[in-house]
Write a protein that binds this ligand. Structure first.
Ligand SMILES: Nc1nc2c(ncn2[C@@H]2O[C@H](COP(=O)(O)OP(=O)(O)OP(=O)(O)O)[C@@H](O)[C@H]2O)c(=O)[nH]1
Ligand SMILES: [Mg+2]
Length: 370
């Protein structure tokens, strides 16, 4: 492969230089912003440095820059080496050489549109690629079925298949102690009240509450209000001994809901404190709560800190406050955990539904969005 470095004031100009010098078959191997000129860091100009290459003996693929580049090889050629699969692998390899932005230029228009939608929803590049690989396979395998509607259906199916690898289960409360953890203000206490309310109203269970949230003055009162409505006992715990005592006192309950303080869990020290106060054993089910409105990068940090605790499932709140649901997909797939519930409002106990792969797909590609 002939490789050359280009430096230009913008990506656009760099691409023109690449095309002029290496031709239309050139591929971008790497690009970065560089500072040029200046004295001691002053007056330096930002430029784009692009490393591009061209294969003197290219693959037998036609690859001009738009949709036509993905026209399948003639049947005779394809059958000669009997390898539709190889053809697809070649196309995938070609696309992987490009970064996410430039690759969409190469997809046929319906697939490029599908990619744009996934990116707009906030799905991480790694998962967008997995879906796009599936779509490319379908595109080549089902030549007669290609249409924007079909691509839309394939996209939903591909995302659903990705999510179906997670252990979604129907019944939520499988253990006696339900512990909700998560950052400040995501809706832990409200969701706990929703879960307890349903257990009482729909299943006739005898429930109790423990709160380990002694950090905020009003936190105990907030939970006490819900406990009173449900005629359920509430125990407050400040340390590990209190927690054990509270469990003994609530031994007669079918289900015990444990509330915890929201802290800045970007600081791992707070996770250690929780570990010292609570007991995580075979009788506990632990839920990490996060809001759909949160930033993916922050959630990744928080999840990493929490992953030293035995988190069983996730709960995603505030779905009513956003139109982008890709972050939920990312966090679920990164953590390999299923979500138990999605909540979509402040009403207790109504604004909560059981989470499932289908529901998430519907949120991402609801009829109005696709
Ligand atoms: N829009 C919307 N608001 C919600 C949802 N769930 C909870 N809230 C609201 O979010 C706010 C915070 O809820 P809490 O339940 O107190 O949150 P928390 O995680 O317990 O907060 P801390 O204990 O302070 O960390 C309240 O105003 C809730 O009514 C939801 O699904 N949608
Ligand atoms: Mg709370």
């Amino acid at each position: 492969m002939k490789v050359k470095k280009f430096v230009a004031p913008s990506m656009n100009e760099a691409m023109k230089m690449v095309r002029a010098e290496l031709g239309r078959d050139a591929v971008i191997l790497h690009s970065k912003v560089v500072q040029t000129g200046g004295f001691f860091g002053l007056f330096a100009k930002k430029k784009i440095e692009v490393l591009a290459g061209v294969d003197p003996d290219p693959l037998p693929l036609r690859q001009p820059d738009a949709a036509a580049s993905f026209a399948p090889l003639p049947a005779a050629e394809r059958e000669e080496d009997g390898s539709l699969a190889r053809e697809i692998e070649e196309v995938k390899a070609l696309i992987r050489q490009f970064n996410a932005r430039s690759s969409s230029l190469l997809y046929p228009p319906p697939l490029a549109e599908a990619e744009r939608r996934l990116v707009r929803q906030g799905m991480a590049d790694v998962y967008v690629r997995q879906v796009m690989d599936r779509l490319l396979e379908r595109w080549y395998a089902d030549k007669d079925g290609r249409s924007p509607a079909a691509v839309s259906a394939w996209t939903k199916e591909a995302v659903r298949d990705l999510l179906s690898t997670l252990p979604f289960v129907k019944t939520a409360e499988q253990k006696k102690y339900m512990i909700l953890l998560g950052p400040t203000g995501v809706g832990k206490t409200t969701t706990l009240a929703k879960m307890a309310g349903r257990a009482v109203l729909e299943q006739g269970k005898k429930v109790g509450f423990i709160t380990a949230d002694t950090y905020r003055i009003a936190a105990i009162d907030q939970l006490k209000t819900y406990a009173d409505i449900l005629h359920a006992p509430l125990e407050v715990c400040y340390n590990a001994d209190d927690f054990r005592t509270a469990k003994r006192k609530l031994a007669g309950c079918d289900l015990v809901f444990v509330d915890t303080a929201g802290r800045n869990f970007r600081n791992p020290q707070y996770v250690d404190e929780l570990q010292q106060t609570l007991e995580f054993d075979s009788e506990t089910e632990t839920f990490l709560v996060f809001a759909a409105t949160g930033k993916y990068d922050d959630m990744k940090t928080i999840y990493n800190h929490f992953s030293r605790l035995p988190i069983d499932r996730l709960i995603v709140t505030k779905l009513d406050e956003t139109d982008s649901f890709g972050t939920i997909v990312n966090v679920l797939l990164d953590s390999r955990l299923a979500a138990a519930y999605f909540t979509n409002g402040q009403n207790v106990p109504d604004d909560m539904v059981e989470a499932s792969a289908d529901r998430l797909v519907h949120l991402l590609f609801g009829a109005e969005r696709w």
